[in-house]
Design a binder for this molecule. Structure first.
Ligand SMILES: NC(=O)c1ccc[n+]([C@@H]2O[C@H](COP(=O)([O-])OP(=O)(O)OC[C@H]3O[C@@H](n4cnc5c(N)ncnc54)[C@H](OP(=O)(O)O)[C@@H]3O)[C@@H](O)[C@H]2O)c1
Length: 418
């Protein structure tokens, strides 16, 4: 990729820009990881809307067997006679499933990583990665290796291992298409345009539930208040990340890897309405924005189907009812996670891995009632300060750094909660 004109591409992009996508089979065979979560359930909605074009051939989750079995029943109705492969990582839940009388699936055992085994054996065309957290990285790498279309919701994959994914995608002929509404918006604005005309990406943020909360009150907010997101209904981890603005920080790193744009040219604006999903500024100053109802099924469908605007019953934006569109600067004093993530992304190597691991531990500690909301940024900052920066050239190094950073963050949480 060149860096001509006033464009600001700095590295090869994962996003295929002007490259045509590979032809895939019809119906498209999907392996869905994180099936029992918010993204997983919404993926099933998309498949339900297009049963002639989309088909589920594999499902993966951790332990929520009841939700999984319900889902398998619905898939039976949609795809009579199919028996999708299923991977469950929690050993107790896996045994429960094996002992259940349901025969609507085939259980992947896999001595090592059952999710990876599922991706490699399901004979799918497309991975929808709706796992939460670091567990998403290895299945993404396996899908890249298998040359699949990867509809990527699991942003932690790119935060931890963006360079590894880029190498695996280049070698395996896979395609990574973003599911995050912001990155899907950018992909739509970039559609058919060369990378070297891009000057700036502008990610929008809802601002979360504490957009107007004074700094002095933040240490006392409750977990219920943290989980009360104004616009999106999502799983607990991303909902906490949205409240701290860590989510937007992770998305900056995700955008850097996806679109190959330098950190100095990725901005964030707070846009409370969540109707402008993100914007691109081009070298001549022209700006394109993508708008739509805040419904994750839209970007999910757009990634799964290889970037087509198929019909979907999600309601429509009534422009005349929207009122003025507001855009504000994010407050990095009250929400330090945003600046921490940007800085870790710039440093690269181990820093984003440590950031992600420490954040996962801190979020879990908040949800368990062990630390306060404002401790999350403090735990992440301290973990980054205590873990020396180093290169992470391969998966072993990434996973080892992740393991060490988790242990360190646990220690810091323990120290703070005493
Ligand atoms: N939800 C949204 O609207 C949204 C929007 C944009 C991006 N995203 C991104 O999408 C990802 C998923 O978010 P979510 O909100 O859907 O999360 P969620 O509702 O908490 O669901 C997480 C899923 O991951 C599975 N999982 C977690 N740990 C696992 C493990 N060790 N092994 C196997 N499966 C495991 C869970 O299985 P169990 O249920 O069995 O525990 C569940 O199916 C995140 O990276 C998030 O940032 C989500």
């Amino acid at each position: 990729m060149s860096n001509s004109g006033d464009g600001h591409s700095v590295r090869p992009a994962l996003y295929p820009f002007m490259r045509p996508l590979r032809e895939r089979s019809v119906p498209l065979k999907i392996v869905l990881l994180g099936a029992t979560g918010s993204i997983g359930q919404q993926t099933l909605d998309v498949v339900r809307a297009h049963p002639d074009r989309l088909r589920i051939v594999g499902l993966g989750c951790r332990s929520r067997i009841d939700v999984l079995l319900e889902m398998l029943e619905q898939i039976q109705e949609l795809q009579p006679g199919d028996r999708p492969l299923v991977a469950v990582t929690d050993p107790v839940a896996r045994e429960r499933l094996a002992a259940s009388e349901a025969d609507s699936h085939r259980l992947v055992r896999g001595d090592g990583n059952a999710l990876v085994e599922l991706v490699r054996t399901a004979e799918a065309d497309c991975l929808v990665n709706g796992l939460v957290g670091a567990v998403g990285l290895e299945p993404t790498l396996a899908a890249a290796d298998e040359g699949l279309r990867i509809a990527l919701a699991n942003k932690e994959t790119l935060v931890m291992g963006g360079d590894l994914v880029a190498a695996a995608v280049a070698a395996g002929g896979a395609e990574v298409l973003p599911v995050d509404s912001e990155h899907a918006a950018i992909a739509q604005c970039l559609s058919g345009r060369p990378a070297d005309e891009v000057r700036r990406l502008i990610l929008t943020a809802s601002g979360g539930p504490f957009r107007e909360t004074p700094a002095a009150k933040l240490p006392r907010v409750t977990v219920a208040e943290v989980l009360d997101h104004p616009t999106w209904k999502m799983g607990p981890k991303i909902t906490v990340d949205s409240a701290t603005l860590m989510n937007k920080g992770l998305e900056i790193i995700e955008a850097h890897h996806l679109f190959g744009v330098a950190y100095d040219h990725i901005d964030v604006v707070v846009h409370p309405g969540s109707t402008v999903h993100s914007l691109v500024e081009f070298a001549d100053g022209a700006m394109l924005a993508q708008m739509g109802t805040p419904d994750m099924r839209l970007p999910l469908q757009y990634a799964i189907n290889g970037q087509h605007h198929w019909p979907l019953d999600c309601g429509r934006l009534d422009l005349t009812a929207l009122g003025p569109l507001r855009f504000e600067k994010p407050d990095t004093e009250r929400f330090p996670c945003l600046a921490l993530a940007r800085a870790a992304g710039r440093v690269g190597g181990s820093a984003p891995v440590v950031l992600n691991a420490a954040n996962e531990i801190a979020v879990a500690a908040l949800l368990a009632g062990h630390i306060r909301f404002t401790d999350i940024g403090a735990v992440v900052a301290e973990a980054l300060a205590r873990e020396p920066d180093h290169l992470v050239p391969d998966l072993v190094a990434v996973l080892e750094t992740d393991r060490r950073a988790r242990a360190l963050a646990e220690t810091i949480v323990h120290e703070r909660s005493r």
